[in-house]
Design a binder for this molecule. Structure first.
Ligand SMILES: Cc1cc2nc3c(=O)[nH]c(=O)nc-3n(C[C@H](O)[C@H](O)[C@H](O)COP(=O)(O)OP(=O)(O)OC[C@H]3O[C@@H](n4cnc5c(N)ncnc54)[C@H](O)[C@@H]3O)c2cc1C
Ligand SMILES: Cc1cc2nc3c(=O)[nH]c(=O)nc-3n(C[C@H](O)[C@H](O)[C@H](O)COP(=O)(O)O)c2cc1C
Length: 568
């Protein structure tokens, strides 16, 4: 932009006249500029502040918050995006608007980063929020009993506190993008903005969840011995040419394909022709890539009943035994047990959910494995109601993803699960089973980051002889002094079951010493039992050996990001 013209110092005016004239000219030019360029004038306006708070464990709510934050900023609003753990940095009593995007974890619980925020907002003495207008978007999974429970809780609590709901709450199932966009569009409309949202184009921003990268499989091997009850696959993918990057602690998303045998069984039972075209795609291809043909939801059973009118199924629904019925059953059970005749495959497809990608903690450090990404996958397989069943993605990875095949992948950053910036800080890692994955990455990264602080790993699995994942590598880390301590729990090698939390308790004093030196504490793996047991063990260790209140100590650890979890 041209500088504003100034009255020359040698012009026939005194200093006061010259300053006044300069100001006058600047004023006229500024007005003319703003009239000819309204966007310039709007820059000077005070922007309406619309903060977004995300409560997120595996990053979905966070990425939506960041995406919507960007879009609101582009629409002329001031939109800071806060993680719920930062709740002390914003004051809801001073805000006019608030958007909350929250997932649900555990049994209807908040994600880790939002536990304190929820307790705060839900506390009896929380100030009233009459001035606030808000809207909540919940993320969840209809397979869980408490679907989107946290979205509902935040929504209700804000209403109780006197805040006004701007738009109805959004509730997203696993396939969340479209519902989230609809909710956001509703919010935008209500905010009275005429700005049209740019449509997101795949391909232009490189590889992403919407545009996954076809990564070649470099290696796929079972880490368990043959006699083991378990199958845990180490899978390596080639990322060269993708321009994708990640950090130790991030996760890899994978789009699976369905089991061809299950597809055949469905098609046969439904009397469809596998080669029939549905929207220019063969039915068998559509069923391979696009739909979840396995997981049975209560909604699916209700829709099925509409079509089948089976009395027996009606009884299950009327007797409130639906919950019990879906447990351990899949879509194929319904198709076989309560047949429905469809005039065209589209009718059946309309009942299905989209096949969603699964996330896996990355088990490699990018610095130690240029252009590669590794994951550690436990194959889900079990028997129920007389059938053997497999998890969609874990079985795809274990059984049908061979060397040189390609899999569609994307990277998702886990900002809440990262090594300390200062690599000399000691770390304690608790990762039984596939929980080992990010810690393999951490150890590789710490070796790369020399000099590194002390590293202590707690690992566990049923049997030392068959289930010691990455044994050679861990031993090598130990011999090189990278792994300062390795504590193992082999749950079934003796009569009494021993888990990682039991070994932690035995090492309580030493764990406290490490914490006292500033160690970071990481947990990865099973959320339902292990992470809870480890958490309560950590509380006991701090109470007993630190002789201080563990509740407030752990709260402080979380605030300082010294207690991080990647649990699922
Ligand atoms: C952030 C994050 C990180 C993760 N990291 C890893 C990782 O590093 N390694 C890893 O292996 N997984 C990891 N997971 C889990 C992974 O994403 C998948 O959920 C897992 O592989 C199962 O997916 P699937 O498609 O094979 O099974 P699905 O087809 O989704 O089936 C799983 C479902 O099967 C049912 N089921 C399972 N067992 C039984 C049983 N015994 N009886 C009855 N029903 C049963 C349950 O309903 C269960 O929800 C992670 C998840 C998250 C969110
Ligand atoms: C261990 C685990 C527990 C979950 N519990 C629930 C639940 O109780 N209710 C629900 O609706 N969704 C539940 N979900 C689904 C998540 O809310 C859903 O995957 C969401 O997209 C995650 O968003 P985030 O990445 O922002 O945390 C659970 C998922 C996992 C892996």
């Amino acid at each position: 932009m041209n500088p504003t013209p100034q009255i020359p110092v040698n012009a026939p005016f005194n200093e006061a006249q010259r300053l006044w004239l300069n100001g006058y000219i600047a004023g006229i030019i500024s007005q003319a500029n703003s009239e000819s360029n309204p966007s310039e004038s709007s820059k000077n306006k005070i922007k309406q502040r619309i903060p977004i708070v995300f409560a997120s464990q595996s990053g979905n709510s966070q990425s939506l918050a960041e995406q919507f934050g960007d879009e609101l900023e582009k629409s002329g609003f001031e939109t800071p995006v806060f993680g719920a753990e930062e709740y002390e940095n914003f004051d809801l009593t001073k805000e006019e608007f608030l958007l909350i995007i929250s997932s649900t974890w555990g049994d209807g619980d908040p994600p880790d980063n939002a536990v304190d925020f929820w307790n705060h907002i839900n506390s009896e003495n929380h100030p009233r929020l009459e001035k606030l207008q808000y809207s909540v978007l919940g993320l969840g999974d209809k397979n869980y009993l408490h679907f989107c429970a946290m979205g509902e809780k935040f929504d209700k609590r804000l209403e109780e506190l006197g805040a006004k709901r701007l738009t109805p709450r959004g509730e997203c199932d696993v396939d969340y993008e479209e519902t989230a966009e609809d909710w956001f569009n509703g919010v935008l409309k209500k905010l009275d903005t005429s700005i049209k949202k740019e449509t997101t184009k795949a391909n232009t921003d490189g590889y992403s969840k919407k545009n996954p990268f076809p990564a070649k499989v470099i290696l796929n091997k079972n880490l368990n011995e043959q006699e083991s009850q378990k199958q845990t696959h180490h899978v390596e993918f080639d990322l060269s040419g993708s321009n994708l990057s990640y950090e130790a602690g991030d996760v890899l998303g994978i789009y699976p394909t369905n089991d061809p045998e299950l597809i055949n069984e469905l098609i046969t039972n439904l009397n469809f022709d596998p080669d029939e075209l549905v929207d220019d795609k063969k039915l068998k291809e559509t069923l391979l890539h696009d739909y979840d043909i396995r997981n049975l939801t209560k909604d699916f059973v209700l829709s099925w009943f509409d079509k089948s009118s089976s009395e027996a199924l009606g009884q299950i629904i009327n007797n409130s035994s639906l919950e019990e019925y879906v447990a351990g059953r899949e879509i194929i059970d319904l198709v076989v047990d309560y047949p429905v005749s469809f005039s065209e495959p589209k009718q059946f497809l309309s009942l299905l959910r989209k096949l969603s990608p699964r996330l896996y903690s990355i088990s490699s450090s990018p610095n130690a494995n240029i252009d590669e990404v590794h994951i550690t996958v436990a194959k889900v397989s079990y028997e129920s109601h007389g059938r053997s069943r497999n998890g969609v993605c874990s079985a795809y990875l274990a059984d049908r993803c061979n060397k040189n095949d390609t899999a569609n992948v994307f990277l998702q950053s886990s900002k809440h699960f990262k090594l300390p910036q200062d690599s000399s800080i000691p770390i304690i890692m608790v990762g039984p089973g596939t929980g080992i994955a990010p810690f393999r990455a951490f150890l590789q990264e710490r070796e790369f980051l020399k000099p590194f602080g002390k590293n202590w790993l707690f690992f566990g699995n049923p049997h030392e002889g068959t289930d010691f994942l990455y044994k050679q590598e861990l031993m090598a880390f130990k011999n090189k002094g990278i792994l300062s301590k390795l504590s193992t729990a082999w749950s079934r090698d003796q009569e009494n079951k021993i888990y990682v939390q039991d070994v932690m308790a035995q090492e309580g004093k030493e764990i406290w010493n490490w914490l006292n030196e500033g160690a970071y504490f990481y947990v990865c793996g099973d959320a339902k039992y292990m992470a809870k047991d480890v958490d309560s063990c950590l509380h006991k260790i701090i109470d007993e050996h630190g002789k201080i209140n563990s509740e407030s100590y752990i709260k402080e650890m979380k605030k300082e990001k010294r207690y991080q979890r990647d649990v699922y």
